[in-house]
Design a protein. Structure first.
Length: 394
């Protein structure tokens, strides 16, 4: 299928915006330009990435008739307005996660997406697109592990371990009320719901801000940049932190299965590790993003197995999501490539009533509903049901 008929523009020149650009270009999709938070940042990014256009404002992207798809890779608080602007300008949207900072906002975006059925609206949950996560999903769907009984796992990082580590995500007004859960926990929950097909009915949470005061540098850098700049590289001021560094969440799924997730951004040595273990009545599956090309298959009555990512060993429907032969490892950047291939193929096929394998706005809304139930549970120290009121039509 030819994907190169569409043209994209990207907003956000920090950590993840350039990842979008690179993945799109690996697929032959034209990226016309990029927008940063200032003309100088746009120009620097366009030059570094070799893009023809440095946009000077978001409005310039929206009024560019050559741009079909807008990729939103700015901080969370910008997402809602940027999505609304893109839909209003009849552009397809790929928005970074979380879709917005509250379920009121995401509900509004779901409604607006419904009113624009001719536009593709996607949320960038890329972890779904590790080939072995897709293989795990296929194994669950085809009954290979029987009925899912329980799920456990974690998303763990260390880049905010020091009180001198700083990022906009630490602030409620920039990232939303939940940080570790909202930033990385939503990746885990989206992945588990995607792989198991199970709905989360209620949650019980314990969250902690283990570093309550942090030193905010006078000049902040891009995400993860603190690791390279070195702690205390610039002058700073102390800031009281309201968002959580760590969280532990229990889940009850609709089929009666139970789950447990740990999230942390303050665990030394774990750079960016997402793991899951799904236990079924006939077997288990475990996966670890630090070894993304291995899938562990657990058995009760025979030796366990290790499936190494190799197209010839994957389910037929999963093979197309891997581009390299076995032994040629694929990782984080490849998930973006496979995600955009799925989105742009969907776009090229043109029937947007078909089910989609990538996350849509409803999935983005679901994550905010889960986050809000988790926050309420933490505050009340009680089980909280996930409230799924249908977004109101106006
Ligand atoms: N899917 C993933 O794996 C993944 C990974 C990292 C980040 N993200 C998401 O991507 C988004 C960006 O995160 P990041 O880590 O790249 O942050 P970052 O701070 O590294 O980069 C954000 C960039 O947006 C720019 N920006 C701010 N306001 C802008 C505006 N109005 N117009 C244009 N640019 C603007 C900033 O200058 C900065 O360069 C967040 O929503 C985050 O949750 C997703």
């Amino acid at each position: 299928m030819i994907l190169s008929q569409k043209t994209a523009a990207v907003t956000g020149t920090g950590f993840i915006g350039p990842v979008h650009v690179e993945a799109l270009r690996r697929l032959g999709i034209r990226v016309k330009g990029i927008l940063g938070s200032s003309p100088a940042k746009s120009e620097m990014a366009a030059k570094t990435l070799g893009l023809p256009k440095a946009y000077l404002s978001y409005e310039e992207i929206l009024s560019d008739p050559e741009v079909d798809v807008v990729h939103i890779a700015t901080p969370n608080r910008q997402h809602r307005d940027m999505v609304i602007g893109a839909l209003h300008a009849s552009k397809h949207v790929v928005c970074e996660k979380p879709l917005a900072t509250s379920s009121v906002e995401t509900s509004e975006l779901v409604e607006r997406a419904r009113k624009n059925p001719a536009l593709v609206t996607a949320v960038n949950y890329n972890v779904r697109f590790y080939p072995l996560a897709l293989q795990a999903r296929d194994l669950v769907q085809t009954g290979a592990i029987g009925r899912v009984l329980s799920v456990r796992g974690a998303y763990i990082q260390d880049w905010l371990l020091k009180d001198t580590d700083w990022n906009w995500r630490l602030l409620v007004e920039e990232g939303g009320e939940l940080r570790a859960v909202g930033d990385i926990g939503t990746h885990w929950m989206d992945l588990i719901v995607f792989v198991t097909g199970l709905r989360i009915d209620s949650v019980f949470a314990d969250l902690a801000t283990l570093i309550p005061v942090r030193q905010r540098p006078k000049a902040a850098g891009a995400t993860f940049q603190g690791n390279e700049a070195g702690a205390g590289a610039t002058a700073s001021e102390p800031i009281q932190i309201q968002t959580e560094d760590w969280g532990s969440v229990l889940f009850r799924f609709a089929n009666g299965a139970r789950g447990a997730m740990a999230v942390s951004q303050v665990t030394a040595g774990r750079k960016n590790q997402i793991t899951f273990e799904i236990a079924g009545s006939d077997g288990s599956i475990a996966w670890d993003s630090e070894h993304p090309n291995d899938l562990w298959l657990g058995h009760r009555d025979k030796p366990n197995e290790l499936l190494i990512r190799d197209p010839s060993l994957l389910a037929p429907g999963v093979r197309s999501f891997t581009s390299y032969p076995g032994g040629h490892n694929e990782g984080f950047p490849d998930t973006f490539k496979q995600l955009y291939r799925a989105i742009y193929e969907y776009l090229a096929e043109g029937d947007f009533s078909r089910p989609k394998i990538f996350a849509g706005f409803e999935d983005g809304h679901e994550e905010l509903l889960l986050c809000e139930a988790i926050l309420q549970s933490h505050r009340t120290q009680a089980w909280v049901p996930v409230r799924r009121n249908q977004p109101e039509s106006s």
